[in-house]
Design a protein around this ligand. Structure first.
Ligand code: KG4
Length: 340
């Protein structure tokens, strides 16, 4: 079964063709990030307008890349939630039109479920159940992936997402936007114990996370130094910060894996590209005898292939949307498509 998959939840427009959930036939992506850099963050209206400009060409490109025609498309999958609402609406409308014109099923896909499915593409042997750490610009979740479409949230951030925190701190450190990757690079030569930063414990919710205290501590450090005209050692600061974020994420993920006893841990989302987080997870999984599933860097960020993969499993589970499919800015990953 060949699925045309559409993703437009933030500043990447992506269209992919995926066979049977695991084989990527084409993967085309366009990003408006260069425009958002001018403003130090994603400007929703600009993102939506860029999606509209490129989405049809990307679909044609994907078909050409795969050597397929429109008649070869068996279904259309699309991110319907969560995301910037105007941006998601562009993808939803486009997918709806294609499904209607071709007379094929329309499959709504939760964006974070898509991120989880990136691992099905990277690791053909991976099957649920497993524990998945989902960390991106808008999400920090520890998920019990009981089945391809059966998920429960074990832990969630109480405030900011990990990626958002990376981006904010990188911006005040003068590392540009989006800041996760440059901050990661800056941390490579730093001492991760140079600065003492807070670690959080939330009573009665040991798997929940919080990044606002860490963000405030970093902002205070930086602003105090600026007021005194002092230069902070960027590499040490970046390394100490990365270690604090990793300490927030990894012990909780491993505790969840131990509780459930699956022996399989996956990590997905843009922040999964972080070298400190990858290193710490590898060490923790080795120590606990768990198999670790990490997607390659190009599947960590937003892409269409992951939506095509999850779309296939949603299709097998009978999930379909009608012409009344709507877009949602927020949607619980465990609930699935609410239906028409
Ligand atoms: O998954 P993604 O591409 O988009 C969302 O759905 O949010 O994630 C983007 C986030 C941004 O916050 C970006 O700064 C962060 O992923 N990111 C990183 C790294 N590469 C990207 N954060 C830390 N270290 C990295 N190497």
């Amino acid at each position: 079964m060949i699925i045309l998959a559409v993703e437009s939840s933030c500043d990447e427009t992506a269209v992919a063709l995926v066979r049977d959930g695991r084989t990527v036939l084409a993967d085309c992506i366009a990003s408006s990030v260069e425009m958002h850099k001018l403003y130090g963050g994603v400007v929703p209206e600009i993102a939506s307008r860029k999606h509209i400009e490129v989405i049809s060409q990307l679909a044609d490109q994907a078909l050409a890349q795969a050597g397929l025609g429109r008649q070869d498309i068996d279904a259309v999958a699309v991110t319907y939630a969560p995301g910037l609402i105007g941006a998601v609406l562009v993808g939803v409308n486009f997918a709806k039109s294609v499904a209607y014109a071709l007379g094929v099923p329309l499959i709504p896909v939760h964006h974070v479920r898509g991120h989880i499915a990136a691992n099905y593409i990277a690791h053909p042997e991976l099957e649920p159940p497993f524990v998945c750490l989902c960390v991106s610009g808008g999400t920090s979740l520890i998920v019990d992936v009981r089945g391809y479409t059966d998920m429960a949230i074990l832990g969630a951030t109480r405030d900011d997402a990990a990626g958002e925190c990376f981006d904010k701190i990188a911006r005040v450190m003068g590392l540009g936007y989006p800041g996760g990757a440059p901050l990661d690079r800056a941390s490579q030569t730093g001492d991760d114990k140079a600065f003492s930063l807070p670690r959080v414990h939330i009573q009665d919710a040991p798997l929940d996370m919080s990044f606002s205290g860490l963000k405030t501590a970093m902002l205070n450090l930086i602003h105090n130094a600026q007021q005194k005209g002092e230069d902070l050692p960027v590499a040490d600061l970046a390394a100490s910060f990365s270690a604090a974020v990793s300490d927030e994420l990894i012990p909780r993920t491993m505790a969840a894996a131990r509780d459930l006893g699956y022996g399989k841990v996956a990590v997905v989302g843009g922040v999964a590209a972080n070298s400190r987080i990858r290193r710490d997870l590898e060490a923790a999984c080795r120590r606990d005898g768990c198999t670790l599933y990490l997607p390659p860097l190009k599947l960590c960020g937003d892409n269409g292939s992951m939506i095509g993969s999850q779309g296939y499993y949603e299709y097998l589970a009978g999930v379909r949307a009608g012409a009344d499919l709507n877009a949602y800015a927020n949607r619980d990953i465990s609930l699935g498509y609410p239906g028409p």
